[in-house]
Ligand binder design. Structure first.
Ligand code: HEM
Length: 203
């Protein structure tokens, strides 16, 4: 949902990702993980989805094992510490304009992905999320498959005007976009044909 909201509110990013997919995968099949290394911009979109809005903005509580000093503050042994993952990926010293959805921040000048794998969303240390590779791969294949077949755009009101979309997320331990209206349609007859072929295969 976060990726769809990002595409809806940044149509130029959706178009660029779709162009990349069209050149590599075409509309005759769905992507596979073998396509991944040829789709750096789609990879950057996935990294930015994880950075831009965290599914879990605050990580799991830690307890200080020893007395410590951080940034001039004394942290006694036994103190509970809640890591603020959101703050880490919205630090403008590291990510310029952190509230802007900008996949380019994960690309080198030559268009390849840089070394920042955008893994902060999955925590860190001994309790880092063990499902991170599965989660990341699932998000990648979902976004890449969506781009092959569909395009998301604003829904229209009865007068044919775009219905405005508000970028807003729920509060809480898990955070996700508020419901929003949109129009999701296949790109063209070829994309529609690809979709119909899945229906025939399962008959
Ligand atoms: C977008 C998807 C996901 C996100 C953003 C996410 C994020 C996180 C975060 C932030 C933590 C806390 C890490 C820490 O304490 O430093 C965590 C822990 C954990 N995650 Fe995930 N996770 C995701 C998907 C998954 C999946 C798919 C699985 C399993 C297949 C999974 C299994 C776990 C488990 C078992 C822990 C507890 C690890 C421990 O305390 O030792 N997660 N996850």
């Amino acid at each position: 949902m976060t990726a769809l909201l990002a595409f809806l509110t940044n149509p130029h990013i959706q178009s660029r990702a779709q162009d990349e997919i069209d050149n590599v995968v075409t509309r005759t099949r769905l992507p596979t993980f073998d396509d991944r290394s040829h789709l750096p911009y789609v990879g950057a979109v996935v990294r930015e989805v994880f950075r831009w809005h965290h599914a879990i903005p605050l990580s799991v509580t830690r307890v200080a094992g020893t007395d410590d000093i951080y940034d001039g503050m004394f942290i006694p042994k036994g103190a509970q510490i809640i890591p603020n993952l959101w703050a880490m990926t919205h630090d403008s010293r590291i990510y310029a304009e952190p509230h802007v959805f900008k996949p380019e921040r994960f690309l080198l000048q030559n268009g390849n992905l840089n070394d920042d794998e955008s893994k902060t969303s999955f925590g860190f240390g001994r309790r880092i999320c063990p499902g991170q590779d599965l989660a990341e791969a699932t998000v990648w294949i979902t976004i890449a498959s969506f781009l092959v077949v569909y395009r998301i755009s604003p829904a229209k009101d009865v007068e044919g005007n775009d219905i405005p979309v508000e970028i807003a997320f729920s509060d809480g331990i898990a955070s996700y976009p508020h419901p929003f209206e949109s129009s999701i349609v296949p790109h063209d007859a070829e994309a529609e044909g690809l979709l119909k072929s899945f229906g025939k295969a399962s008959e």
